[in-house]
Ligand binder design. Structure first.
Ligand SMILES: NC(=O)c1ccc[n+]([C@@H]2O[C@H](COP(=O)([O-])OP(=O)(O)OC[C@H]3O[C@@H](n4cnc5c(N)ncnc54)[C@H](OP(=O)(O)O)[C@@H]3O)[C@@H](O)[C@H]2O)c1
Length: 487
């Protein structure tokens, strides 16, 4: 006993057939645009192509129905056939994408065969099913237009941030789950974009590397441990099918190694589309690097500043007015607790606290990001700061074991923590206004209280101090010209 239903939808879009094809056929992205889908993921290894499998969770009233899709035919960038199997039906989705003078024409045909009880009730609901199909395809068409406006920091959000408890609740996985309800699809392609990512061997960096590789980026992963990096790269290549991954080894708490890393990248002369300053750690007890510089400061502030400033020529080369290069500084909500302290930049005064040293360095990096955002906008470089909320990563497990234990039910997954890194690296609207502090794809305030606020002189003092440190390594950095950086 079966019932057959055929639906055909067609539309035109002002995007290349290649981009449209890649986006649509990757059913792991379907939850972004189809309002009837609650979750979708790729469940087979390798790049998206013939034989790739996806699990797609359709919502039917209060029930979620899993459908297991396989790509049965794949002729990029024009045709693909995916067969989806659920308990009560089979869906064969045939996609035809033709290039047109202004973009692409999309034809989506769904042949659904319902069985058992579903086949008996389907005739009653066929109008509704067709309507749902049309609504979904209209959402896809809109997503492919890719003309979303960047979210802004509203007065209400600012007040919510400052009301400490609701603000902190946003850091948890519940904050992520709430925020994602209003997210828009990200259809801009990053295929072949050169992304340099530090701290790619663990936690948020590793989650980012997996997703960026899946989306076809050309990755340079910066790691300190060659063996760990090699294992990670093997896994990423296997899962994503993306072989365009290089590794650079550098101990980022040693500025001399940061300089050597930057010089190697400069010698390769490959423009950099996205630089993600992610590597980090919260260190207890106080440590010093080989040059006698306190390690939190060296790793979390001086290192990314030297790296970013040295790599500016490669970022400038990649950026265009329409598609600027991007710098993403991974900071921390922990920075809310502290103001900068130039006189204690290496945490020598008083009792050392790793959390305080970390918070001050993370705030310093945000200030640098704000400076670069203004000073470098004419170089077609957009700089954003972000924090990931609280995510369960090896770093948190090691450095904050009590917190990790107490909060474990509320912590985000590394993927959830990394989501805004990915969004800032990929979304078209993420470059509309630089210099903001993001959590869950929304800008947030950088101060919860006036006590942490620095004045222009404090910023100049910090930047001048950083300039002096950088000069020890023969690196001239721009930070310090307050009038250029902060308006
Ligand atoms: N997880 C959170 O809840 C959270 C919250 C706020 C901010 N953050 C920030 O997010 C970023 C990622 O943290 P995570 O939680 O993913 O931590 P993680 O799991 O410890 O990963 C940190 C990464 O940075 C690398 N790294 C650490 N010290 C380094 C050094 N001296 N030189 C070179 N690489 C180094 C690590 O390399 P190895 O693999 O070799 O250790 C690893 O790849 C950090 O900047 C952290 O401050 C995280």
């Amino acid at each position: 006993m079966t019932y057959n239903l055929k639906m055909v939808e067609e539309f035109e879009v002002n995007r290349s057939a290649e981009e449209v094809f890649d986006y649509i056929v990757d059913f792991s992205r379907i939850a972004e645009w189809d309002p009837t889908v609650t979750d979708s993921r790729k469940v087979s290894d390798g790049s998206v192509g013939q034989g790739t499998k996806f699990e797609v969770m359709y919502s039917l009233g209060l029930r979620n129905i899993p459908i297991y899709y396989t790509i049965d035919s794949y002729q990029a960038p024009n045709t693909a056939v995916l067969t989806g199997k659920a308990k009560s039906f089979t869906a064969i989705d045939s996609l035809t994408i033709e290039p047109t003078s202004s973009g692409a024409h999309v034809k989506w045909q769904a042949d659904i065969v319902l069985n058992g009880t579903a086949s008996l009730i389907a005739p009653l609901f066929k109008g509704h099913i067709r309507k749902m199909g049309s609504v979904s395809i209209e959402s896809l068409r809109k997503a492919l237009e890719d003309n979303e406006k960047s979210p802004t920091l509203s007065v209400i959000k600012k007040a919510a941030d400052k009301a400490i408890l609701p603000g902190l609740a946003n850091f948890t996985k519940f904050g992520y789950q709430y925020a994602r309800k209003s997210w828009k699809p990200v259809t801009r392609s990053i295929k072949g974009k050169h992304i340099v990512l530090t701290g790619a061997t663990s936690g948020l960096g590793l989650a980012s590397a997996f997703e960026l590789a899946h989306r076809g980026a050309s990755l340079t992963l910066v790691a300190r441990n060659l063996q760990k990096a090699a294992q990670v790269v093997t896994k990423i290549k296997q899962r994503s099918g993306n072989d365009d991954i290089e590794v650079e080894i550098a101990e980022l708490s040693e500025p001399s190694e940061v300089v050597r890393l930057a010089n190697r990248l400069l010698n390769k002369s490959r423009p950099i589309d996205v630089l993600i300053n992610n590597a980090g750690a919260l260190l207890n007890p106080r440590q010093e690097n080989h040059d006698g510089i306190e390690t939190s400061f060296a790793l979390l502030l001086l290192g990314p500043i030297i790296l970013t400033e040295k790599l500016k020529p490669l970022l400038r080369e990649a950026g265009t007015l329409d598609d600027p290069a991007r710098i993403i500084n991974v900071s921390s909500g922990g920075m809310y607790a502290k103001r900068i302290s130039v006189s204690n930049i290496e945490s020598v005064k008083g009792k050392y606290s790793g959390a305080d040293a970390y918070a001050r360095a993370k705030r310093g990096l945000v200030l640098a990001g704000e400076y670069w955002s203004k000073a470098w906008c004419n170089d077609n470089i957009v700089v954003q700061n972000m924090h990931p909320g609280w995510a369960k990563t090896p770093g948190v497990e090691v450095s904050l074991p009590d917190f990790n234990k107490k909060m474990q039910r509320t912590l985000r997954t590394p993927e959830q923590g990394a989501d805004t890194i990915i969004w800032l690296a990929c979304a078209s609207e993420a470059v509309q206004k630089g210099g903001q502090f993001w959590l869950d794809r929304e800008p947030h305030t950088t101060h919860l209280t006036n006590k942490t606020k620095e004045n222009p002189e404090n910023r100049i003092a910090l930047f001048n101090s950083l300039k002096e440190y950088a000069l020890r390594y023969d690196v001239e950095i721009e930070l310090g010209d307050y009038t250029k950086g902060i308006g």
